[in-house]
Design a protein around this ligand. Structure first.
Ligand SMILES: O=C(O)CCC(=O)C(=O)O
Length: 275
């Protein structure tokens, strides 16, 4: 049986798959170069999410100046075709990137959250390609709850170290995130130790978190978010929520779409496949 057909069945059920060794050394080198460029030329939305303990938990996202370069590397990689197989469609677009750097000691966990809850979008074809640029040990791995993309969408965490389930907006009508860390035994959690070249693909509605690092460790990861023809501006699109308070520039692209309109109609999102 075609291995991508098996992956597609797993992805349809769980909303997440680990794809080992899909990226070659040349692609990783180009992605690492873009990661470094992002650190050297950050966007206005860059933030350090670390506790006040001297460690680094740098993140930045939607640095539109670098989008065409990210899209070019993606187009030359197998990833757009992989997404097309997982979604059963012919067209794939780049949505935005997010870079994470954790180092300098025992870093903080990434709080549990759903990417979709920060974005004014809906539809079944929006995914995060989580690409580690360094080896990630099992203890430091990204953790996900398979199937949670079919459950409720929760209010987005404001990544407050004192209470990681606290919503950005206390009046958000969506249910508060469950305290997964305090009740880990009540949830089915999957994770994979990863090598550079591996990719974890997950639907933007999947609950995920974790991936702290330990003293001596350095973890650079890139989240490359992409969408297919079914992705739309949410019918009830409100202002997207961001935990850092700094709204990335690309968020304005949503405002040029009408509720329910396909994201693909916004030409600022680079096409990766089809057309
Ligand atoms: O790499 C990480 O630590 C977090 C990744 C993540 O939360 C995301 O890509 O949405």
């Amino acid at each position: 049986m075609d291995p991508t057909a098996l992956l597609a069945a797993d992805f349809a059920r769980d909303g997440v798959v680990h794809v080992p060794g899909i990226l070659d050394a040349g692609t990783l080198e180009r992605l690492t170069g873009l990661f470094d460029r992002g650190l050297a030329e950050p966007s206005g939305a860059a933030a350090n999410l670390a506790r006040d303990d001297g460690t680094t938990f740098h993140q930045d996202l939607g640095n539109t100046r670098h989008w065409e370069a990210w899209a070019e590397v993606l187009r030359a990689s197998p990833l757009p075709r992989l997404l097309a197989r997982l979604w059963g469609c012919d067209d794939v677009w780049f949505y935005y990137e997010q870079v994470f750097l954790k180092e300098g000691g025992a870093t903080r966990r990434t709080p549990w959250h759903q990417d979709s809850s920060y974005l004014p979008v809906e539809g079944g074809q929006i995914a995060n390609l989580w690409v580690p640029l360094d080896p990630v040990a099992a203890d430091d791995a990204l953790e996900l709850i398979p199937g949670s993309h079919r459950g409720p969408q929760h209010a987005p965490s404001r990544f407050d170290p004192a209470d990681e389930t606290a919503p950005i907006d206390p009046a958000d009508p969506r249910p508060r995130l469950p305290d997964i860390e305090a009740h880990r035994g009540s949830f089915t959690i999957v994770s994979w130790a990863c090598q550079p070249g591996d990719v974890v693909v997950f639907d933007l509605g999947v609950l995920h978190g974790g991936a702290a690092t330990h003293p001596g460790g350095r973890r650079r990861t890139v989240a490359l978010r992409c969408f297919g023809p079914d992705a739309r501006l949410a019918a009830q699109a409100g202002a997207p929520s961001r935990s850092s308070g700094k709204v990335p520039r690309f968020v304005r692209y949503h405002r040029e779409l009408a509720p329910g309109q396909p994201l693909a109609d916004q030409s600022a999102f680079p096409r990766l496949l089809g057309g």
